[in-house]
Design a protein around this ligand. Structure first.
Ligand code: TRP
Ligand code: SF4
Length: 329
């Protein structure tokens, strides 16, 4: 069997946090070993919600790519590119728009969710409604087999499959149906116990240095029933312990749990131990990020090279698409 082609993307909305890393990026890094991967910075998708103030998008592209590289995305193995560098995505978006029934888009649960969560913005735009059509174009234009995404993206993936089927039905077999590659995101709360999210201000960023990570962790909420140092705690009720489950070796972790339940160990030492293990993973990422950030021209070069590869692949598909639809060019 041919090497599966993988495509995924992220919107350039700012630096990536540990939740983004564990929920998607870490999986992308692993997929590079077995798949032909393309990773897209979806700047047009960022415009669907940030059209009122697009001034940060360009800077954020750089931040996101820095995070990708620092985490281990390897431009020698994978193609990294910016969506708007490959204009053919817009052409396919337009053509797919012709065959996508608007009720499919109006029914999309993400559409309603985001409209309700971002009440300060007017999201009654055509572009926002068409978000999943553009995403389908991103995927189908590379005839991707697999799309690694978090659960929140499953409705979009389902739409991409429906659009592919409809296209194939109308104009003949052109697109493989892309499968969602679900990332098993471990339950990872933010520092306040809620879901880790940039907008909650409760995140640990890949760009954070060691002192920042330790300071943030020191403020993290623990078992709220454990008020005094002498009160016993319950690790199962503590968001910090979820980090231990991920980063601390089992034996040591069991010891921490016992110490917490008997009040033999305090939250201060418990967190300190956690940070030692956490930094084993984050330290090298942070270090690479610092080195990469010192050579800004490198990012531009790499994105330019990625765009050339992506455009070539996209053009091949577009030739088939135009022919299938009986268009002139
Ligand atoms: N919608 C995705 C998100 O918000 C980003 C994205 C854009 C994407 N194009 C894509 C994801 C194509 C997978 C495939 O996270
Ligand atoms: Fe949580 Fe550790 Fe404090 Fe127990 S000792 S409540 S696990 S931070």
């Amino acid at each position: 069997m041919a090497t599966p082609r993988v495509l995924s993307g992220m919107r350039p909305t700012g630096r990536l946090h540990l939740g983004n890393y564990l929920g998607a990026l870490k999986n992308w890094v692993a997929l590079q070993a077995s798949c032909d991967c393309l990773f897209c910075v979806a700047d047009w998708h960022a415009l669907t919600t940030d059209y009122g103030d697009p001034s940060q998008i360009t800077a954020n592209i750089r931040e996101v790519v820095l995070d990708w590289l620092a985490a281990g995305i390897d431009p020698a193995r994978s193609t990294l590119f910016v969506q708007s560098d490959v204009a053919a995505h817009a052409e396919l978006f337009l053509l797919l728009g012709m065959i996508t029934p608007t009720p499919w888009l109006e029914r999309n649960p993400t559409f309603k969710d985001v409209q309700e969560n971002l009440k300060d913005r007017d999201l009654t735009t055509y572009g926002f409604l068409g978000y999943p059509v553009l995403q389908a174009a991103d995927i189908l234009i590379y005839r991707a087999d697999q799309v690694p995404v978090g659960v929140d993206q499953l409705p979009h993936l389902e739409l991409a499959r429906e659009i592919a089927r409809r296209f194939n039905h109308l104009y003949g077999e052109t697109f493989p149906e892309p499968a969602a590659l679900m990332t098993e995101a471990p339950k990872m709360a933010g520092l306040d116990g809620r879901k880790m999210s940039k907008s909650y201000g409760n995140a640990i960023y890949l760009a954070d240095d060691e002192a920042t990570v330790r300071a943030k962790m020191a403020r993290a909420v623990t078992d709220t029933a454990r008020v005094r140092r002498t009160d016993p705690g319950e690790p199962d009720h503590c968001p910090v312990f979820d980090f231990h489950r991920l980063y601390t070796p089992e034996g040591e972790r069991d010891e921490v749990a016992r110490g917490c339940r008997s009040a033999a160990i305090g939250c201060f030492d418990c967190k300190k131990l956690l940070c030692n293990h956490l930094w084993e993973e984050l330290g090298p990422i942070h270090q690479r990020r610092v080195e990469l950030a010192a050579a800004p021209g490198r990012i531009e070069e790499l994105l330019a090279a990625g765009a050339v590869v992506a455009r070539r692949a996209a053009e091949q598909t577009m030739a088939r698409v135009r022919a299938a639809m009986g268009l002139r060019r």
